[in-house]
Design a protein around this ligand. Structure first.
Ligand code: PLP
Length: 375
């Protein structure tokens, strides 16, 4: 937790549950990433946290933006981003959204299918397009599955067709999976991209851009390699495969920029025991439906701070306050919390600035969406 967040919580005692996010930390993360990968243009993945104070700060820092819907594009433009700095990175776009983006001046679009390419040719004529290829997501705590991306062979045909349809076949993209802790996954993906660059060059299509996607991890319960390690692995692979003919490089960080800037403060609603089971059940006033959706499958394991830290601990299961049986955060991940923890205590879920606020449900069981404070 940053000192600014700690001070805000102490001074204001905001009603829980709430997210408090230090926008200065977003800026320092942005600067660290720029140092680690100075040749890459940063497109912030807006979905990680689309709050206006974050977008405005990033506009001021010269960031570009990866948006997934017309609404996210509007949010970027309202925050002051130039349309030329916005990429419509979703491979699944409504025609109305393509038209709206194109009319607003957006000229960079992702796709991974013939059908989407036809939509782009019809509704974003002449735009720069990049094809997303399928890569391994092993090593990622939040993999993106086979929902996105296509084979190298298909991508090759698609890029040739893009030119024939009057679009600008600009480059290729991939995403190694979110919270990717293994630097080698980027290296392998870059190798695949480079092969296709060569292949397409032989076919008369000169690609100019490699979009390395997001995935850069933040430290949750377990520490992760520093961003400099990802930077050097990526630059090593880029020079190995492209020599000194480096294409333009884009990265689309989401989690890395905002996660550790935010803290969710929550109140313990109940601590209960089931008979002689040593595992206590700790119920918080936030759960899966309050925004902690990434605890699905116990994939993302947040660090939890309590007022009793340092005292004796015991095993716990941790759950949210709703009447849904799926509203359990952790049951199998061997969480331990202080034995002194009781109803009414306030606890902090650390590094919750990414993928939390927007995942909060609309009044399931009557609970209000998560309150947000940007400081
Ligand atoms: C979600 C997403 C990102 C951001 O991923 P992180 O793991 O948060 O960095 C980047 N690009 C695309 C296309 C995405 O869908």
């Amino acid at each position: 937790m940053t000192p600014k967040v700690a001070r805000f919580l102490a001074d204001h005692q905001p009603a829980t549950p709430c997210l408090v996010l230090d926008v200065d930390r977003v800026e320092s993360n942005f600067r660290a990433l720029r140092v680690a990968l100075p040749l890459a243009r940063i497109y912030y993945a807006v979905k990680a946290n689309p709050a206006a104070p974050i977008l405005q700060r990033l506009v001021g820092l010269g960031s570009s933006f990866d948006a997934a819907s017309a609404e996210e594009i509007d949010a970027c433009l309202e925050a002051g981003a130039q349309p030329a700095r916005v990429s419509f990175g979703n491979t699944i776009k409504k025609v109305s959204a393509i038209r709206r983006a194109f009319a607003a001046g957006v000229r960079l679009f992702a796709f991974d299918s013939d059908e989407e390419l036809d939509k782009l040719a019809a509704h974003a004529p002449g735009a720069r397009v990049y094809c997303r290829i399928l890569v391994e997501n092993t090593g990622a705590d939040w993999p993106l599955s086979r929902k996105f991306g296509t084979t190298l062979e298909h991508a090759r045909a698609l890029m040739i067709r893009a030119g024939e349809l009057g679009l600008d076949p600009y480059g290729l993209s991939f995403h190694v999976g979110s919270q990717q802790t293994d630097t080698t996954s980027y290296e392998a993906a870059i190798g695949r991209v480079a092969m296709l660059f060569t292949d397409l060059k032989d076919a008369g299509v000169n690609l100019r851009m490699c979009n390395l996607g997001g995935g850069f991890p933040t430290s949750y319960r377990d520490d992760v390699p520093g961003i400099d390690r990802f930077g050097s692995a990526i630059m090593g692979a880029m020079t190995q495969h492209f020599g000194n003919a480096l294409p333009e490089m884009l990265i689309e960080p989401g989690r890395f920029l905002v996660a550790d800037a935010g803290v969710v403060r929550s109140e313990v609603v109940l601590v209960s025991r089931r008979g002689t089971d040593p595992v206590r059940w700790v119920y918080l006033d936030i759960g899966r439906f309050g925004g902690l959706a990434e605890t699905e499958g116990e994939a993302i394991k947040y660090r939890i701070a309590t007022p009793h830290d340092g005292g004796e601990t015991g095993p716990v299961a941790i759950a949210g306050p709703t009447c849904d049986g799926a509203d359990i955060l952790y049951e199998k991940s061997n969480y331990r919390l202080p034995v002194a923890l009781c109803c009414g205590d306030q606890v902090d879920l650390l590094s919750t600035g990414a993928y939390v606020t927007t995942y909060a449900s609309q009044r399931f069981n009557g609970f209000a969406p998560l309150a947000e404070h940007y400081i």
